[in-house]
Design a protein around this ligand. Sequence first.
Ligand SMILES: Nc1nc2c(ncn2[C@@H]2O[C@H](COP(=O)(O)OP(=O)(O)OP(=O)(O)O)[C@@H](O)[C@H]2O)c(=O)[nH]1
Ligand SMILES: [Mg+2]
Length: 213
Amino acid sequence: MEEADSGREQLANRLFSGRVDFLLSAPQLKFLPEPTVPEIAFCGRSNVGKSSLLNALTGRRAIARASVTPGRTQELNFFEVGAPTAFRLVDMPGYGFAKAPVKVVERWKALVRTFLRGRQVLARVLVLVDARHGLKDVDRETMAMLDAAAVGYRVVLTKADKLKASELAAVSARTEAEARKHVAAFPRIHVTSAEKGLGIAELRAALLDDVGL
Ligand SMILES: Nc1nc2c(ncn2[C@@H]2O[C@H](COP(=O)(O)OP(=O)(O)OP(=O)(O)O)[C@@H](O)[C@H]2O)c(=O)[nH]1
Ligand SMILES: [Mg+2]
């Protein structure tokens, strides 16, 4: 079993560290690419580490733009993995960012919501949660929306390197217990650090399953 798992991880590592290209940035739904391959979307509060996780998964320093300033990612950014393209990763604007103008926030929210609920090729959503903060009500709203739309998602704790082992164990247990109550959530959560590489190989292998490879 362990050998089979590590075989999957090797395959996943090869794919994610192979060809990865930025495809396009869609500020509105009409600019979305043709739905020709499975897609994995990264969502979560502003500054939670979506762009950084995408970079860590693909082994690139900065294919997706990460920043200390919340609200960095303002469009749906599509990245293609594999040659020929096996699947796409979609970096999205964060939610819960109060400092952007209300109109801008509303526009991002509508874009993300419509994409998540209506994208035919969406194979999995990753709901990223800062391990220091745990689940917030805005995350719960997103999870409930995905439950209602029957869109499967994985809850991913980020920035695990910022916590002590005991704190991390507590927040993991709490988050997993809550994820289990959501019909469209995977019962197991992922604990990651884009900074230290923690949980990255496992998440790559899981995403391979998600896109049917
Ligand atoms: N220590 C630590 N810092 C991290 C980690 N992941 C991201 N960060 C930091 O968190 C900040 C935000 O990261 P981003 O990847 O830009 O976050 P985002 O969710 O894409 O943000 P928006 O696009 O604004 O919604 C940056 O300063 C990152 O360096 C991690 O695993 N560990
Ligand atoms: Mg971002």
